[in-house]
Design a protein around this ligand. Sequence first.
Ligand code: TA6
Length: 321
Amino acid sequence: MIASSSCQIMRSLHFFIFFSALITTYSTSTAVEITKGINGLDKVILRQTQGSGVEVYLYGAHVTSWKNGQGQELLFVSSKAIFDPPKPIRGGIPICFPQFSNLGTLQSHGFARNRLWTVDNNPPNVTSEVANGVFVDLLLKPTEEDLKIWPHRFEFRMRVTLGPTGDLMLASSIKNTDADGKLFTFTFAHHTYFSVSNISGVEVKGLGKLDYLDNLKNRERATEVGDAITIKSEFDRVYLSTPTEISILDQEKKRTFVVQKDGLPDAVVWNPWEAKAKTMADFGEDEFKYMVCVEAAAIEKPITLKPGEEWKGRLQLSTRL
Ligand code: TA6
């Protein structure tokens, strides 16, 4: 669709009005700001009065920073991360869609993480899901190029909300907007990289006694024997049908991350450890000690949407001492 110049002017005027209104509304206590990040890539910064903050790049709708009220960074981003499309950003919260890992014909983890999303300046509802929450809506629709590799029309809307106490919420809605009656099927993950003091002092809780697929053994199915998971070597497992709450204990910092999820039945736990870390150009050799991925996901049972149907998924991250 070729937009006329007056229509483009109107749209950017809308864009400007929406953003200045947003900044004005929130400038006293909380803030939403769009600015330039690394390599000039656009990013949105959300701030709360008590000092917490979130940064999300339009490139990949990729959250790259989540800070608590003391300004401490809670997410891991590699010192070697590349902010240069089409390379995905190593760290933060990449979105794996419409394919997790190599579960299909697309590139690893699909294409949503290396596409440019737009800010939705007419969000369906302007009420935050939490009182005094500050949010931004990001939108992804397939380009003609995308349709060549994945011939399905969809609308992916993700609302990034920072709550008044610093909780981070990612609410996703994916609609099948195909006019020709074609259904589609996808797998999904929020590939969250948590920043930890030292992996040797980390415990992941809530996945005990569950079945999992071991990605290091050709997705062989097995059952978790322990209650709390500790990681002492390369680790890459998809835990199936997990509880809606998982926690990650960082003993050294005496900090617990709480992962709450809806519509995302599975959870991936990943750490590349030493040898694999050395093979990753955008990852520091010893950085495996300072991160753990715990990924809210829908993998075992792919999601199928008929035209007009919508899937919703929700991730809420918080910390407790
Ligand atoms: O989520 C775990 C995983 O699928 C691992 O197998 C590993 O490949 C990791 O994701 C990173 O994938 P990436 O494509 O970002 O290098």
